[in-house]
Structures are given as C-alpha cells and as structure tokens.
Write a protein that binds this ligand. Structure first.
Ligand SMILES: Cc1cc2nc3c(=O)[nH]c(=O)nc-3n(C[C@H](O)[C@H](O)[C@H](O)COP(=O)(O)OP(=O)(O)OC[C@H]3O[C@@H](n4cnc5c(N)ncnc54)[C@H](O)[C@@H]3O)c2cc1C
Length: 388
C-alpha cells in the first residue's frame, strides 16, 4: 500500500510534536502554519512553561508525563541544545485543600519522589518565598522549566530532516471531507490528503465551529530579579492553589536574572479573535501582579515599576472538563483533532503528539485506549481557566 498522505494543521506545541512523531514513524507528513514556525501569538508563546510529574489532574497523565520527559531528552540530544531545565516544582496549598490532597495522593500512589514542606521548611529552603501562615508545600524534585520556542523549532527542524514538509504563512481556510480523504483550502489552492490532523489551538472554531472548546487569554509578566536567590539552580517553579485565595504561579527564567509571574484568576478581557493580542485589562492586571509579588516574593523586586520587563497574553483553548480533545471527528472519518489543551498541554505535548501520530496512521484506537480524551465524550460544566 502506498504511504498515507497526512497533513498537520497548526504547528504549535501539539502540531510540531505530532509532525515529528509522524516523521519518526517514517511518515513524510506535511505541516501548515498560518504564521512562521515558533511565533509568539499562540498558546505556546512566552518563552517557557512548567513541567511537573506530580499531577493533581489525575494519575492517567503520569505515563504520558514520563514519556514526554524521555522524548524531551531525545530531542535535546538531536537538537544539541538544552530544552528542559530541572529546577523542582512546589505546589502550595493548605493541607486539606482538594488539589493539594490530589497531588499528594498521586505522588504516593504512583511512587513519585516528593516531600511535604512546612512553612518553616520553606523559610529555610527557599527564604525568598513567603507563604500564608496556614500553607504548606509539596515538593516535586522532578519539576522543570521548558523552553517553548526552541522546542517547537527543534521538533519541526528534526521532522524536516526526516522528510516532513513544512508550509509557513499557510493558513487553512476550509476543510471538507470527500469520499476518500479531505480537501484543504490554503492560499487559494485546494489540496487533497488521506488524513488530516487539526492542531490549531484557540483558532480551532474558525475552521471547525462545532468544536467543544472556549478560547481564553492568559497573561504573564517577566520581571528582573534584583536580589540573588531567584536563579534556576536555587529557586523552583511554584504554583499556589489554595481554595478561596488568589491563584498564581511563578518560575525562574533560564537567563538566571529574571522570573515570570502568572496570575491565574485575574480578569482579562476576552478577545474573540485569538490573533488580536491587545487586552484592555492589562494595566489593572499589572497592578494585581505587583501586589501579589510584593506579598509572595517580598524581596524580589524593589523598583518603582517593580522591574516589569515584559508581558503579554496568549490564547488557549479550554474544554469544559479541562482534558484535551484527541482523536477522530464523528462526522468526518479522515479528520483527527488534537485541541483543547486547557492550560496544561505544553508539558504533555511530545507524548500526545506520539499518540496522535499513532492514531492518525491507524496504529491505535484512541477512543478505546484513552476515553478521557474522546472528542465524543459528554462534557460537564465549565471549570476555572487556570494554566498549569
Ligand atoms: C499563559 C499560559 C501559560 C501556560 N503555562 C503552562 C505550563 O506552565 N505548563 C504547561 O504544560 N502548559 C501550560 N500552558 C498550556 C500550554 O502552553 C498549551 O496547552 C499548549 O501550548 C497548546 O499548544 P497548541 O499546539 O494546542 O496551541 P498553539 O501553540 O496555539 O498552536 C496552534 C497553532 O495553530 C496555528 N493555526 C491556527 N489556525 C491555523 C490555520 N487555520 N492554519 C494554519 N495554522 C493555524 C497557530 O498559528 C498556532 O501556531 C500555558 C498556556 C498559557 C496560554
């Protein structure tokens, strides 16, 4: 049988990982990206992402996280550059909070290295970090920081080296299931493929309006650390999930001089068009961030502007149960979806890309092996739009 002709639409974290996984299977797929590869406008923008093994979202993710870690190591070797910086991960909460308990149970049941740190332990280990009086922390020593753009670029370049074709500035504007295969409209042409995978993130409803996702913008800021003790060798990635209190996360940047801050519960005006980056809520957001940093990292920054050296918002597609949508579309048998990563998809992207590559080539039946991700599952009510 001749080789399947496969297209991957959208080369962010998930599309680029899938293109590489297909290439590693010996399939010379074709990727389409509406901007340039490695751009800053999608959910994968903003330089870095957090990686953690201890996953309150459910034990089902643990093998995927382990596989992702191994694939990152492989990619680092192939790309001959670091993409994954171990620094540990702290989950902060009150001892009885549901998320904290879920993380602790997962660590125990999965046999993952971890330690529970009291407020006093934190004061000793990480003196820059200021917890509330009733908060404790769960330390995941395998936590890390991932480089986003470099990972995507490395995946795409490696896929090309293995035979993939990549089309930049190639926006897909129409998808039609025909008798055998799919027609794609791009830049005035109609192209035919046997199978098509849609990994278009927050833009998915532009071409598939019925997809069960909501597009939301998440904002983050970058700050110069004015004191020592915030570099990646000394300071972990941190996420606070105490119920009823502000949700935030922060992480050291690999440059050794700055850190990133993310306010999970701050109001950001939603933009219907994910390509429009301006948000009118950004001034208020900056104030919220400064107030939180003053409280959580009291010695981090002193300047009048609290040393904000950058910031932006990024569009992400959320499903109503915060599990991604991966697999076959119900009405278009040759169309596959890899969308709705719901604020936690970057760390999973190499493993999910591998699953999608296996599914689109008929090697596995995703719906029966991973029902959690089934596009046809029934969706519960929307939940909070955190990024994790
Ligand atoms: C602020 C923020 C912080 C986050 N923090 C973390 C974290 O710490 N750890 C973690 O694991 N995850 C985190 N996430 C989630 C993670 O970054 C995302 O889940 C992941 O990047 C999603 O990747 P994607 O490929 O689905 O989307 P995207 O990266 O947006 O990729 C979609 C691509 O499709 C392209 N495209 C769209 N439409 C078309 C079209 N018609 N034709 C051609 N191309 C098209 C777009 O240009 C884009 O390149 C965070 C997300 C945000 C927004």
């Amino acid at each position: 049988m001749s080789q399947l002709k496969i297209a991957v639409i959208g080369l962010g974290a998930i599309g680029s990982a899938t293109l590489l996984a297909l290439a590693r299977l010996g399939i010379k797929a074709e990727g389409f990206e509406q901007y340039r590869v490695g751009h800053e406008f999608g959910a994968s923008g903003g330089k870095t992402r957090q990686f953690r093994f201890i996953y309150g979202e459910g034990d089902v993710y643990t093998p995927l996280l382990k596989r992702s870690r191994a694939l990152w190591q492989q990619l680092e070797q192939e790309a001959e550059q670091p993409l994954f910086y171990p620094c540990g991960f702290l989950t902060i909460g009150t001892p009885d909070s549901p998320w904290f308990q879920a993380c602790l149970q997962s660590a125990q049941q999965q046999g993952l290295p971890h330690s529970v740190l009291s407020r006093e332990d934190i004061a000793q280990w990480y003196p820059r970090l200021n917890l509330d009086a009733d908060e404790i922390a769960l330390h995941d020593p395998a936590g890390a920081i991932l480089l986003t753009h470099q990972t995507i670029m490395s995946s795409v370049r490696r896929a090309e080296a293995l035979g993939a074709r990549v089309n930049e500035k190639a926006k897909i504007t129409g998808i039609t299931q025909v008798e055998q295969g799919i027609h794609l409209e791009v830049n005035g042409d109609v192209l035919h493929f046997d199978r098509v995978l849609v990994t278009t993130g927050a833009w998915v409803r532009d071409i598939l309006p019925a997809t069960a996702v909501a597009s939301r913008r998440l904002g983050m800021t970058f700050h110069l650390a004015e004191k020592s003790g915030f570099d990646i060798a000394q300071f972990p990635a941190v996420m606070r999930v105490t119920p009823g209190r502000a949700m935030w996360n922060t992480q050291p940047m690999p440059d050794g001089q700055s850190f990133k801050f993310f306010v999970g519960d701050a109001e950001i005006d939603e933009q219907k068009d994910p390509s429009v980056r301006a948000v009118s809520g950004s001034a208020a957001l900056s104030e919220t961030i400064i107030e939180r940093i003053d409280r959580i990292l009291p010695e981090a920054v002193n300047g009048a502007e609290r040393a904000i050296v950058g910031g932006a918002t990024y569009p992400e597609a959320y499903t109503f149960d915060q599990a991604p949508i991966l697999g076959n579309s119900a009405d278009k048998p040759d169309l596959f979806l890899g969308v709705g990563l719901s604020g936690h998809g970057f760390k999973l992207s190499p493993a999910l890309g591998e699953l999608l590559a296996q599914a689109v080539t008929g090697r596995i039946d995703l719906a029966s092996e991973w029902p959690l991700f089934d596009p046809e599952r029934s969706f519960a009510e929307p939940t909070a739009a955190y990024s994790r």
